[in-house]
Write a new protein. Structure first.
Length: 350
């Protein structure tokens, strides 16, 4: 085991250097000029509710664990029958906005019909004043269902349907400035495949995830200055496409290096935003039942975020994962400043 650790670090550093070189070429591209209606969904593609994924910076498209962003991973591990997992994250911004995110999931084996994983999430924000002087609040509720099945010993496929209902409010003191209600309907397809079993003595998995979502919204702009123009009501529909390939190299049992690339396109009536993002992370078992994690996320807008975490597995049926992320949501920095994220998730298997 000790002979493999330097190779792990070399792979992680090499992948990080490639990502850094790519991110530096477009640092002058100022994402803050885009509308929040585009930047918010782009930021949400960074979020990882499970502590093991958050601790490696989000890279998980090629992961074998059911916490992965890839729905196909739900069917990968052969000994999973039934598990329940509560998760909690707190995202705190410099301008004192806090997002409290609670989530709950259940994974069940359906035999020859594959596996199913329903999940719920609730997002509640504190009321915070943006750097532009407006008070802001955000509430979101999500429900999703994932299904996956292994089609052969080396390949799994999965699908995900998700629905989100959200409300945003802007106020100036006690005066309402605007509010917006939206519903988001999303679909996700994923494939996970074993690529080889003997790369440096370890196994390599490759995965690819494709997302599409559309979000009809209704925004009311209030005549809060009393100009006599009346309230204005605006309807719009946003669309997003995300393609995310990734690989994992399991250099020893349950210890792995992860690397993802993400391309996202977001557009509505205000314009279009494209993002290119690179994620690299390491999940290493220090001693039996204790894992140390770290990761870096970079994009071509010049933003860099880092993450770390630990996993504690006191027995085969219980998992506790903790993670910290620094500046993981730079798309929201223009309004709320830099962010710090704490995530804890617990899983019970039966």
């Amino acid at each position: 085991m000790t002979g493999r650790i330097p190779l792990v670090l070399k792979v992680a550093l090499l992948a990080g250097a490639v990502a850094l070189a790519a991110s530096g070429r477009a640092a002058a591209d100022d994402i803050s000029q885009e509308a929040l209606s585009l930047r918010l969904p782009a930021a949400l593609t960074r979020f990882a509710p499970y502590g093991d994924v958050a601790g490696v910076g989000g890279a998980s498209a090629g992961s074998k664990w059911s916490s992965s962003v890839n729905p196909a991973s739900v069917a990968w591990e052969p000994d999973l029958r039934l598990s329940v997992s509560p998760q909690y994250s707190n995202v705190h911004f410099e301008e004192h906005l806090s997002l409290h995110i609670a989530a709950e999931s259940l994974t069940a084996d359906l035999g020859d019909c594959g596996r199913i994983q329903p999940a719920l999430a609730q997002v509640r924000s504190t009321k915070s004043t943006t750097r532009q002087g407006l008070d802001f609040r955000l509430d979101m509720d999500l429900v999703q269902v994932q299904w996956a099945r292994k089609v052969d010993a080396d390949t799994a496929v999965g699908v995900n349907f998700n629905f989100t209902k959200s409300r945003q409010q802007y106020d100036l003191g006690r005066v309402a400035v605007s509010d917006s209600d939206s519903e988001t309907y999303g679909w996700r397809l994923g494939v996970l495949r074993r690529l080889c079993d003997d790369l440096g003595g370890g196994r390599v998995l490759g995965g690819v995830v494709f997302d599409y979502a559309f979000s009809p919204s209704r925004t009311t702009m209030y005549d809060f200055l009393g100009l006599g123009t009346g309230d204005q009501r605006i309807k719009d529909t946003a669309h997003q496409f995300v393609l995310r390939p990734g690989v994992s190299w399991e250099y020893k049992k349950d210890s792995a290096v992860y690397a993802d690339y993400l391309f996202g396109s977001f557009h509505d009536d205000t314009g279009r935003l494209r993002v290119h993002r690179f994620m690299v992370g390491v999940d290493h078992e220090v001693v039996e039942g204790l894992f140390a994690r770290g990761g870096v996320t970079m994009d071509t807008h010049g933003n860099t975020a880092w993450a770390c975490g630990v996993g504690i597995y006191p027995c085969d049926r219980v998992a506790i994962d903790l993670a910290y992320q620094d500046n993981m949501f730079p798309e929201l920095e223009v309004e709320f400043g830099r962010s710090r994220t704490l995530t804890v998730s617990v899983s019970f298997s039966f």
